[in-house]
Design a protein. Structure first.
Lengths: 224, 752
């Protein structure tokens, strides 16, 4: 048997194909999930991919959080299911209050597509166990509304609780405290703006530094 | 709303004056329509003919020249569909076919840069989708006025944000293109968008309406009053009394794009294709419903009946002429067998795409349209789609052409000494046209879909098509209005040569050509001569290189007042890469690799970047074209990529060897030391065609020499990769830090 990892397609999702490829490269089995169905098809973990769900109308992720599949995701996440939101997926998790804070317009007001150095701060989550604490990795960022924002109290709590999962080395978008990704208190729900799925192959990415997100969860699920 | 002009009314009021001139039709063209119909056209018919017989849709001024692309086409077994289809389709092996096309959206991009450029991307993507292919990447060839001019900032920022907004949201990687600046584009920027799509051989779709009884379905956006400047003329001139004319005339003439809807439309159409529910399909672009219905009908069994009142509207005040002319975005028209209609509509509902049956295919040979039961259009569709009057417009070589050619840049002062050469190279690297383009390309997603192997600032974009075998396609677009002004025939051939060379520099084999011809007014004999020469040059060049033209686009009237832009043929070349894992980057990344200069370097400075940047000069002759040398060079690059003898390659073009060396150093992060095999100025800045630099894999030097000898390509070992400086022996040294500051700092300093 293998680790079954659900990848949701919302209307306007763009990166679900590469997320599924990354799962396969890590030895897992991707399971396609559809926004309109209240069904996780027995997935052992779920990825919310990048894109522009519902055209980013109203606010990024604001409409997707109300889609039928999200009711299942929310319930399962509260019960401990590993959930990863990448880019638009991170925005959806914030809108759904499964993660604290919000993503706002980039400081430079332009879309930024760039390979970035990141530092993995928390390696205890099911999505980052394969990394060494403080490990620096190169992963692409591609977003227009990626500036992480939260109130001072929340930021302090994130820091003290070890919920800052990845941080930018060189802030590309004005994110508070260089935060690139965070987790919930339990650590099973992680969201980040950069795209580790596009850093899983030397041929089409800046390297394979991002593979650890996917191999981490596969290891956890296989009980390794 | 007043009652529409019906066929019955038109027959009864033959002498009613009609605003044909305001709609862009000439007197003889209007008479021709009356002749075809045997009566005056209705308002709806007049609208339909006026858009179908416009220059944009009919190619009436260019057709007589464009015929050469087919007449001179080299034999090619790779072509599955060619000129005349929405886009050409090329067999790349392994059961795959690719389709690609480039199209202009110049005028809307000046009026409203963001939406103009965005809808340019949307339009070309639908062209590719209509062929049955999944769109997989886009590229953009952009030209603006001087970088420092205030209006350029408005236009460029808007165009880039529009491309970024639309392309990123569609999920199509942007893998390359061009960015150039010249005063001639200040009032008329060029925005040419290219899209490439991939399909399996059996998936090819054709834009025909066959089979009487088949249903005609309009899917996608509701129709609104977008881009119907022309129709408002009709409204004010003939719908008098409604009081709506003045209001309609103030509506914007540039369409507004919704990339989210287009994304849904793409996924929806691909599912419809997969389920075999589409008998024929056509995208709606310029001339909207008028164009889609007439072309589908004309290409099929010839008859179609359409209920215009069934078209879903965003604005209920629209009447038949506006509905026919509207250029609302994100719409497609499909022909569907009656039994498949319920399943077709179910797929559309699953994707949230509105779909409405608006008519059916008939066997009458007539295109009939009704409006609440009254017939408002009844024409033979071929007369609108294919029988527009064709013009052989007068052409004349401009009187100033010889004087321009005689103004040889050989007379210009050249930099003296090492410090002069150094300063010249830095000024070229920091000039807007040659500077690093990251400020622009960083706003585009090049990763999405996960198959991008090479993207800007590489010579060509390279996409993986097959995960298992590594089969892929490479694409490049090139153009040089300066060369084309000096000699339009050679200018088109140099653009073709450069795009061909750029594709070859990735290690791919060039296969096919698309083109976007950007010119001034065809009514100016000098412009028409430039156009005719450029088309002749391209057709001749393609014949010699063995790469057929599969399609393209002509954009005339690119001028401000009487001043036309430089003639600007933009050429796109597509190549097949047998294994993208063996791609060549431009970057110097292998320490110690030998650097070899391929091709012959002559003192050729006409139209060069040096003459422009340093002297503001444009005159003389462009570089000599040598297709034999281009072919041989391409074979060397393909062989050296395939065998692994080369580890990097970079074509030489604008700015010459000096600029290319600097770009390769910055891309790979390593410096180089070179010794020039002759006059330093000539070797650093000449723009002779048919040249490239290659970094040879250490240990493969002899093998590489043999490859060059086998194809008869002159090869000079000029140095080696290493260190962190660009060092030209007996001349100068520049650190990579200084190169980067100058090259990467230029555009951010101008655009923020």
């Amino acid at each position: 048997m293998s680790a079954r990892i659900g990848v949701i397609t919302f209307p306007g999702s763009l990166d679900e194909g590469e997320a599924a490829r990354a799962v396969r490269r890590a030895g897992g089995e991707p399971v396609a999930l559809w926004h309109g169905e209240r069904d996780l098809r027995g997935a052992d973990a779920v990825i919310l991919p990048g894109g522009f769900s519902y055209g980013d109308y109203l606010r990024c992720g604001a409409i997707a959080r109300f889609s039928p599949v999200m009711a299942e995701v929310a319930a399962a996440a509260r019960a401990g299911l590993p959930v990863l939101g990448i880019c638009n997926g991170f925005q959806i998790l914030c809108e759904a209050h499964l993660l604290p804070g919000a993503l706002t317009r980039n400081a430079g007001l332009h879309f930024v597509s760039r390979d970035l150095r990141l530092r993995v701060e928390n390696v205890r989550t099911p999505w980052t166990r394969a990394y060494a604490a403080g490990q620096e990795i190169t992963v692409p960022l591609k977003s227009g509304e990626g500036a992480y924002a939260a109130d001072a109290g929340t930021l302090a709590a994130l820091e003290s609780g070890g919920q800052v999962v990845v941080r930018y080395l060189g802030n590309p978008n004005g994110s508070a405290r260089d935060i690139a990704g965070v987790s919930n208190e339990a650590g099973n729900v992680v969201g980040l703006m950069p795209h580790p799925e596009y850093a899983t192959s030397e041929l089409t990415g800046p390297g394979a530094d991002g593979l650890g997100f996917f191999s981490s969860v596969v290891c956890v699920l296989m009980g390794a | 709303m007043t009652a529409p002009d019906t066929v019955t009314r038109a027959a009864a009021s033959p002498d009613r004056p009609q605003p044909y001139a305001e709609l862009g039709l000439t007197g003889p063209e209007y008479e021709r329509i009356r002749q075809v119909l045997g009566r005056r056209p209705t308002d709806a018919e007049l609208a339909l003919y006026s858009v179908m017989w416009s220059e944009h849709c009919s190619y009436k001024s260019s057709k007589v020249h464009l015929r050469q692309f087919a007449a001179k086409a080299p034999p090619s077994d790779a072509l599955l569909a060619g000129i005349g289809a929405n886009a050409g389709v090329v067999d790349i092996g392994g059961g795959y076919a690719v389709t690609f096309k480039i199209e202009s959206h110049n005028h809307p991009s000046y009026v409203e840069p963001h939406q103009g450029a965005a809808t340019g991307v949307g339009g070309i993507v639908r062209d590719i989708l209509a062929m049955g292919a999944r769109p997989v990447a886009v590229m953009d060839s952009l030209r603006f006025g001087p970088a420092g001019a205030g209006d350029t900032r408005r236009v460029l920022s808007g165009v880039v944000s529009g491309i970024s907004f639309y392309g990123n949201c569609l999920g199509l990687p942007n893998i390359g293109g061009e960015l150039a600046f010249d005063a001639c584009y200040a009032g008329n920027p060029l925005v040419n968008a290219l899209c490439v799509g991939v399909m399996r051989h059996g998936d090819l779709k054709l834009a025909t309406a066959d089979g009487p009884g088949n249903q005609v379905i309009l899917l996608g956006s509701r129709t609104g009053p977008d881009g119907i400047g022309g129709a408002s003329v009709l409204a004010s001139a003939t719908f008098g009394g409604s009081g709506d004319g003045g209001h309609a005339a103030k509506r914007p003439s540039v369409q507004v794009g919704d990339p989210f809807l287009e994304k849904l439309l793409i996924e929806c159409c691909l599912e419809l294709y997969r389920d075999g529910l589409v008998a024929g399909i056509q995208d709606l672009g310029a001339a909207g419903v008028a164009c889609a219905t007439t072309e589908l009908a004309a290409a099929g069994t010839g008859g179609m009946r359409v209920r215009l009142d069934a078209v879903p509207l965003r604005d209920p005040a629209l009447g038949p002429p506006e509905i026919l002319m509207s250029e609302s975005q994100e719409r497609m028209m499909a022909v569907v067998e009656p039994a498949d209609v319920p399943r077709f509509l179910a797929v559309c509902a699953r994707w949230g795409v509105q779909a409405t049956v608006i008519g059916e295919v008939t066997g009458t040979g007539r295109l009939e349209m009704t409006w609440h039961g009254d017939t408002v259009v009844d024409i033979p569709p071929g007369t609108a789609a294919d029988e527009c009057p064709v013009y052989s417009r007068p052409l004349a070589r401009p009187a100033w052409q010889d004087k321009l050619a005689a103004d040889d840049p050989a007379a210009l002062p050249r930099p003296s000494g090492a410090s002069g050469l150094r300063a010249t190279l830095l000024s070229l690297l920091g000039s807007p046209g040659l500077a690093d383009k990251t400020w622009v390309t960083e706003q585009y997603d090049r990763y999405v879909r996960g198959d991008t192997v090479l993207a800007m600032p590489e010579d060509g974009g390279l996409l993986r098509v097959d995960d298992e075998t590594g089969l892929g396609v490479a694409l490049a677009t090139d153009g040089n209005g300066r060369y084309a002004l000096l000699d339009p025939y050679a200018g088109a051939q140099l653009a073709l040569s450069e795009a061909y060379r750029n594709v070859a520099a990735t290690g791919a084999r060039p296969l096919a050509v698309t083109n976007c011809m950007n010119f001034g007014s065809p009514e100016d004999p000098a412009v028409m001569w430039q156009f005719a020469e450029a088309v002749r040059g391209l057709a001749d060049g393609c014949a010699v290189l063995g790469v057929p033209v599969t399609g393209g686009n002509v954009s005339f009237y690119n001028q401000t007042g009487a001043a036309a832009i430089q003639p600007t043929p933009v050429i796109g070349v597509l190549g097949v890469h047998e294994d993208v894992r063996r791609r060549l980057s431009i970057g110097f990344a292998a320490d110690g690799a030998r650097i070899v200069l391929l091709g012959r370097t002559e003192p050729e400075f006409g139209g060069s970047a040096w003459a422009q940047v340093v002297h503001g000069h444009l005159g003389g002759r462009p570089p000599r074209v040598d297709f034999g040398a281009e072919r041989a060079l391409a074979r060397v690059l393909a062989d050296a990529a395939g065998s692994g003898a080369a580890c990097a390659a970079h074509d030489l073009s604008d700015g010459g060897l000096g600029v290319a060396l600097a770009e390769s150093c910055l891309r790979g992060g390593l410096g180089c030391r070179v010794t020039l095999p002759g006059d330093a100025f000539t070797f650093l800045f000449s723009e002779s065609a048919g040249r490239a630099i290659v970094a040879v894999r250490p240990g493969a030097e002899t093998e590489f020499e043999q490859i060059c000898a086998a194809h008869g390509v002159p090869a000079a070992a000029i140095g080696a990769v290493g260190g962190h400086r660009l060092e030209v022996a007996d001349a100068f040294t520049i650190s990579l830090v200084e190169l980067a500051e100058v090259h990467r700092g230029a555009l951010p300093a101008i655009f923020g």
